[in-house]
Design a protein around this ligand. Structure first.
Ligand code: NI
Length: 191
């Protein structure tokens, strides 16, 4: 379900990158549906669009809670400003927020190249279910069911993994996983 009357505004939140421990923790269910939650979702969407990314889960901004935002189909255009600087224009935003999501059905298999805002500069093929049915709550705590395929299905599974403390490189072969994890740990030490 898309958020209606969405306005692109909010604060940029810091995005945590691997191996921050919060990315490996199983997140806790959201139990309070209040204004603070709305503000959090507003800021997560603002951060996702500006990253830019197609999904952002709460653990990626350091919050171990079961929610994520997605938008797999928006337009982002770079514009040249009069002073020569580069501006960014967004259009066709269709933001969604899924709170306490749970897959009730997964079918088929599809392999595609994935990346992650928390795993910079790594793009690898991951195999996931082709279609999914997910139950979740909206900002008011109201339950919904959604069926998804194609990129949205992949994105929902990738984001839900974050709630389970799984980053996408965990889904690679043991050899590749070890290689990328060591590389990321080394790069982090250099910062
Ligand atoms: Ni990710």
């Amino acid at each position: 379900m898309y958020l209606t009357d969405y306005k692109l505004e909010g604060n940029l939140l810091p995005i945590y990158t691997y191996p921050e421990p919060v990315l490996s923790q199983v997140a806790k269910p959201v139990t309070v549906f209040d204004q603070a939650l709305r503000d959090l979702v507003r800021d997560m969407l603002y951060t996702m669009y500006h990253a830019p990314g197609i999904g952002l889960a709460a653990p990626q901004i350091g919050l171990s809670q079961r929610l994520f935002v997605v938008d797999v189909d928006y337009d982002r255009d770079e514009t040249e400003e009069a002073d020569g600087s580069v501006g960014v224009a967004f259009s066709n935003l269709r933001p969604m927020v899924l709170i306490n999501p749970k897959f009730t059905r997964k079918a088929g298999e599809t392999t595609s190249k994935e990346g992650c805002l928390s795993v910079p500069d790594v793009y690898e093929e991951v195999t996931r279910a082709e279609t999914v049915v997910v139950e979740y709550q909206d900002l008011d705590g109201k339950p919904h069911t959604m069926e998804a395929d194609e990129l949205l299905a992949i994105c929902l599974q990738h984001e839900n993994d974050h709630l389970e403390g799984i980053v996408f490189i965990d889904r690679l072969s043991p050899l590749k996983k070890k290689f990328f994890k060591q590389k990321l740990i080394k790069e982090k030490k250099r910062l």
